[in-house]
Ligand binder design. Structure first.
Ligand SMILES: [Zn+2]
Length: 332
């Protein structure tokens, strides 16, 4: 009997702890797949001349100035920095990689606020991206940036109207920041396309995302619980003779255990498949009083946040902010 049980334990099931570790790793891998696949490119990022940097000579001087002035105004009124880069092509990188690299090189946004936004346009690749600094990710979430790309910029780009596509894209970005700070919103330069109307928080995608993010740890816990339950169920109900999970167990308590004495129970096991039967009397352990001595000396230390004494920067240079891969990309 004893030897048989041992055999079951070794051959019948994957060891529990290995299963748990395996599933945990799997879940973590799925969760972080997006962040993990970053290839390294050695790219030469251009220097910036101002807020609007067109390395392709596509934007007209008039619209470029108009967009510059807008970005300048946003910075003066909100300290947020909006930069525009129009490049020819991505040189083998993805638009996400290029945008992140350029953002990091330029340091868009104040260093201690990371309140910068980069609108990157790769003309020949027909791709664009709005890269959002850490500090603005809460008010410009990815789907909101995607709305600007889809509703404001790409429709104009499809008409080869890069001037107003870039300008109105910056207007849309600025308006999110202005809206957050209860400032007056800017008009679009034309009525070509409707303003992005969907609030990100109203979209079903947002709701699904929140639900998923909230539930994920619980799903993992539930899975772990389920597996441990199943494992103990299988172990308990496996017939020692035919090895099928067909054991019916009836327990009848003869005397309940107390704090002073142990109890006794009569256990009947019967296999529905092969008819194996087993009767035994087991001892129920003495109840234990929960002696809980809480020696509660919790260390109370807060980690001190780093405060960077970043220089505020002259009017023509960005403040050294960083982005964390937030934003949205699109094609036209
Ligand atoms: Zn059996």
């Amino acid at each position: 009997m004893l030897i048989k049980n041992k055999n079951i334990r070794i051959t019948g099931l994957i060891p529990f702890h290995i299963l748990i570790i395996f599933i945990s790793i799997l879940v973590i891998l799925i969760y972080f797949t997006g962040c993990a696949s970053a290839k390294k490119y050695t790219l030469d990022f251009p220097d910036y001349n101002g807020y609007v940097n067109d390395y392709t000579d596509t934007l007209s001087a008039e619209w470029k100035t108009k967009t510059e002035n807008l970005a300048q105004a946003v910075r003066e009124e909100t300290s947020c920095e909006i930069a525009v880069a129009v490049i020819d092509e991505l040189g083998g990188a993805t638009i996400e990689e290029y945008a992140a690299g350029l953002f990091a090189k330029w340091g868009i946004g104040k260093k201690d606020k990371d309140n910068g936004v980069l609108l990157l346009v790769a003309l020949k690749d027909k791709q664009l991206r709005i890269e959002v600094g850490y500090g603005l990710e809460a008010i410009i979430p990815d789907l909101r940036a995607k709305d600007i790309i889809d509703d404001v910029i790409t429709p104009r780009f499809k008409n080869s109207d890069y001037d107003s596509g870039v300008y109105n894209g910056v207007v849309a970005i600025a308006n999110i920041i202005y809206e957050e700070q209860d400032k007056n919103l800017l008009p679009y330069s034309d009525n070509f396309i409707n303003q992005p109307k969907r609030e990100f928080s109203d979209t079903p995608a947002f709701a699904a995302l929140i639900i998923l993010a909230t539930l994920l740890p619980w799903i993992v816990f539930a899975l772990i619980f389920l597996i441990s339950f199943l494992r103990s169920y299988i172990k308990k109900h496996r017939c020692p003779r035919c090895k099928k999970i067909a054991l019916v167990i009836k327990t009848k308590i003869l005397s309940s255990p107390t704090y002073e004495s142990s109890g006794r129970a009569h256990v009947e096991k019967f296999c529905r498949k092969c008819g194996y039967a087993e009767k035994s009397t087991i001892t129920l352990p003495i109840l234990k009083k929960s002696s809980y001595s809480g020696s509660g000396s919790y260390g109370s230390s807060f980690s001190s946040g780093s405060s960077s004494s970043g220089s505020s920067g002259s009017s023509s240079s960005f403040g050294g902010g960083s982005s964390g891969g937030g934003g949205a990309s699109g094609r036209w």
